[in-house]
Structures are given as structure tokens and as C-alpha cells.
Write a protein that binds this ligand. Structure first.
Ligand SMILES: NC(=O)c1ccc[n+]([C@@H]2O[C@H](COP(=O)([O-])OP(=O)(O)OC[C@H]3O[C@@H](n4cnc5c(N)ncnc54)[C@H](OP(=O)(O)O)[C@@H]3O)[C@@H](O)[C@H]2O)c1
Length: 377
């Protein structure tokens, strides 16, 4: 990220302006200083009221290798909710602008940037800082948007599809006729994982979600939808697949990771990538956090050997230095998009001013699919 912009004019510049006749000042003030843009700022950890819309002054300065993107749409991820509660360690302390994915148009290009030009439509993956109208980001964190893809789709793609793809194919080595358990199957990663499973022949997808979302996820490719709120999903899976499953994606953590490990077939793979069980309500819930830590999964390597099972951990936020790796995955994912095999699903979009409403709706689970967008148009 570039230097944070000033929220107020620098005192030296103000003093200089005061000493200069008004007409001349108007001519002389460089655009970099008069420039303003809106940003959503996390002002402290806590509830929805901690996310505030602010006006920033001063154009973000470009470092070598960076581009300035005029943001059109941003993605809202589960990690953003965790970050608001102080449960996501990849976000710097507040005040800070969250947002790890967006789409937009390149407005300026820094030195040493050779593969991007002004006017390029790009999607961006960054650790934070994208919930704002303009963002200076490394060019290597941008990807050209294919023809026919909307800005909203592009903003909902990077985190969900890169995560799902790397788990299923790089760790999971998904092959025909295998079975996969996708938790939170109506969520962003869940929808992406289901679509990607369907790119491999005869893969059976077990998907957990609230009952109201079953029709949607079944249409999206889930073979067996399970309402984890009213049923024991382990029992439900065993009824259909008594030997267990080949691959389990675990975004929940705590006791669910133990269940997942036990539900694997021999040679099965557990890929753990989140701790959604830690989140219970609008503000940090210490009981839920403690429960999750208490039930943390750990295993002796000897048991792992005897079990013929594999346990992997995935965190996209810690791969931010692996630009080549991410670019390769993105290129494969975009090829699948061009072939019509995957398509980000947008539930709804909100303008910046409405974001608190959107985040509330999100937490109340009012909306069916949670691949949401913030619209800056
Ligand atoms: N490691 C990584 O790199 C990485 C990357 C992306 C996401 N993730 C993780 O993947 C998980 C899903 O993320 P996402 O962005 O796909 O989620 P999302 O779109 O926000 O969907 C979340 C869905 O998960 C279900 N859910 C289960 N337990 C929940 C809980 N305790 N609180 C709220 N919702 C819960 C709810 O569906 P129902 O209404 O059907 O219950 C909810 O709608 C999260 O744990 C996230 O941190 C990890």
C-alpha cells in the first residue's frame, strides 16, 4: 500500500496559501492536494457503527510498480466481519480502510509498470485498503478483467475463487468420482468451490447451509444439501457415504475440525481455512472465541500416518507475497470463466453510504447468498 493520504491539509501548505493572493492560489494548488475521495474506514473494533464513511484529502501517491485504480465495485468478505471485531490479524489496527478485493479502471501508472496502462479494466486483490473510491496498489496485485465480465462480478471473484481453487486442486488434487464436503455452501467460497467441483467429472458435493438456501445451492451444483442447523451433518453424510469423504473443506474450526478429520476416508484430505465458529453476533463474543480455541484440532504425526489422512491449512492473506503463484491460479480461474464453467454469483450490491445496512443484513442472514458487493458507481 502507498502512504496513507492526509485527512486534513498540511499546515505548511495552508500557511503558504494564506500568504498568497486568492486568484493565484487557486491556480497554483496542485491537483494532488485538492483531490478528495470517499473511503469506508474501520474506526475501532466492535459493531457496525465502527465502519464510517469518510472523505480523504490528497491523491494517493504512487510508488514504483504501483497503479492508481478508480474503484467501481468492492467485495465484502467474511474476513471483513472478523476484522471489524478485531479477529483478523491481516488487517492493521484501526483507523484503517478494509477491503481485500475490488474492480475498477487504471487511472495512473507508476514508474516501472510495464504491463498495465491507463484505461485498463482490472480486478485487484490486496491485503486491505480497497473500500475506497481510488486505491494505489502494486500492479502485480491487479488482473485484467475479461471481456463480458461486469465490475460487480470481477469484485466478487478473486478471494472466493482463488481460495476455492487452491484448496481443491493444489492441496486436494480433486479427481473424478470423488466426494467433497463444502461447508457454508451458500457463501462466497462455498459457491465457488461447488462450481469448481463441477468442472471435474462425477464429483459428489455435500453442502451445508440453512434450509432456506437449499434450492439455490442445489441449482448451483450441490448434490446433497444438508441443513446443519437442524441435523447432524456427520450422520447425514454417513447415511449416503458410509466410508466417509475424499476431501473436506473446513472454514469453521473448533470441534468441526475434529468431525471433519474423523469423516475422511483413508487417503482423504482435510483442508482447514477458517474459524467461522468464533463469530457469534455483531461484536466479539469471548465465549465463542474461547470455545473455538479450547476445541482446536491437533494431531500427533504418528496418528496421521496410521490414519492415512492428510491435513492442510490454507490462508490467502498470508500468500500476498506469492504474486507469481496467485497470477497462475488467477489465469486458470479466468480461463474457466471464459469457458462458462464458473460464474460469480452476486446477491446484491449497495452504495457506499448503505454499507452499514448491508453489513447488518449480512449478519442477520437475511440474504440468500452472501457474495455481496459494494458499488462505487
Ligand atoms: N483462509 C482463507 O484464505 C479464506 C478465504 C476466504 C474465506 N475464508 C473463510 O471461509 C469462510 C466462509 O467465508 P465466505 O466469505 O465464503 O463466507 P460468506 O460468503 O460470508 O458466507 C458465510 C456463510 O457461512 C455460514 N456460517 C456458518 N457459520 C457461521 C457463523 N458462525 N457466522 C456466520 N455465518 C456462518 C452462513 O450460512 P448459512 O446461513 O447457510 O448458515 C453464512 O451465510 C469463513 O470462515 C472465512 O473466514 C478463508
Amino acid at each position: 500500500m502507498s502512504e496513507p493520504p492526509k485527512t486534513e491539509s498540511a499546515p505548511a501548505a495552508a500557511a503558504e496559501a494564506a500568504a498568497t493572493p486568492a486568484a493565484t492560489t487557486a491556480e497554483k494548488v496542485p491537483e494532488e492536494e485538492t483531490f478528495t475521495y470517499r473511503a469506508l474506514v474501520l474506526t475501532g473494533y466492535g459493531g457496525y457503527d465502527k465502519v464510517k464513511l469518510q472523505v480523504k484529502k490528497g491523491k494517493p501517491a504512487l510508488k514504483a510498480g504501483e497503479v492508481l485504480v478508480r474503484v467501481k465495485a468492492c467485495g465484502l468478505n467474511f474476513a471483513d466481519l472478523m476484522a471489524r471485531q478485531g479477529l483478523y490479524d491481516r488487517l492493521p489496527s484501526p483507523p484503517v480502510t478494509p477491503g481485500m478485493e475490488c474492480s475498477g479502471v487504471v487511472e495512473a501508472v507508476g514508474e516501472e509498470v510495464t504491463d498495465r496502462k491507463v484505461g485498463d479494466r482490472v480486478m485487484v486483490l490486496n491485503r486491505f485498503g480497497l473500500w475506497q473510491e481510488v486505491a494505489a496498489v502494486p500492479a502485480s496485485h491487479t488482473f485484467l478483467i475479461p471481456e463480458g465480465m461486469s465490475f460487480e462480478e470481477a469484485a466478487a471473484l478473486p478471494v472466493n475463487y482463488i481460495t476455492a481453487y487452491m484448496m481443491l486442486f493444489d492441496f486436494g488434487n480433486l479427481r473424478p468420482n470423488q466426494s467433497v464436503l463444502v461447508h457454508a455452501a451458500a457463501g462466497g467460497v462455498g459457491i465457488a468451490a461447488t462450481q469448481l467441483c463441477k468442472t471435474v467429472k462425477d464429483v459428489t458435493v455435500f453442502g451445508t447451509a440453512s434450509a432456506s438456501k437449499h434450492e439455490t445451492i442445489s441449482q448451483g451444483g450441490v448434490t446433497h444439501a444438508i441443513d446443519y442447523r437442524t441435523k447432524d451433518y456427520v450422520e447425514e453424510v454417513r447415511k449416503i457415504s458410509p466410508k466417509g469423504l475424499d476431501i473436506i473443506l473446513d472454514p469453521l474450526g473448533g470441534s468441526d475440525t475434529h468431525k471433519a478429520y474423523n469423516l475422511l476416508k483413508p487417503m482423504g484430505k482435510l483442508i482447514t481455512y477458517g474459524a467461522a465458529n468464533m463469530l457469534a453476533g455483531q461484536k466479539k463474543n469471548l465465549i465463542a472465541v474461547a470455545k473455538n480455541w479450547y476445541h482446536q484440532f491437533s494431531i500427533h504425526t504418528l496418528s496421521l500416518i496410521q490414519g492415512n489422512k492428510s491435513v492442510c491449512g490454507f490462508h490467502l492473506g498470508y500468500l500476498d507475497g506469492e504474486t507469481e503463484l496467485i497470477s497462475q491460479v488467477m489465469s486458470t480461474v479466468l480461463d474457466l470463466y471464459k469457458q462458462g464453467k464458473i460464474k460469480p454469483r452476486i446477491d446484491s450490491t449497495w452504495h457506499l453510504e448503505q454499507v452499514r445496512v448491508s453489513v447488518s443484513s449480512f449478519m442477520l442472514r437475511i440474504i440468500i447468498c452472501l457474495v455481496c458487493g459494494l458499488c462505487l458507481g
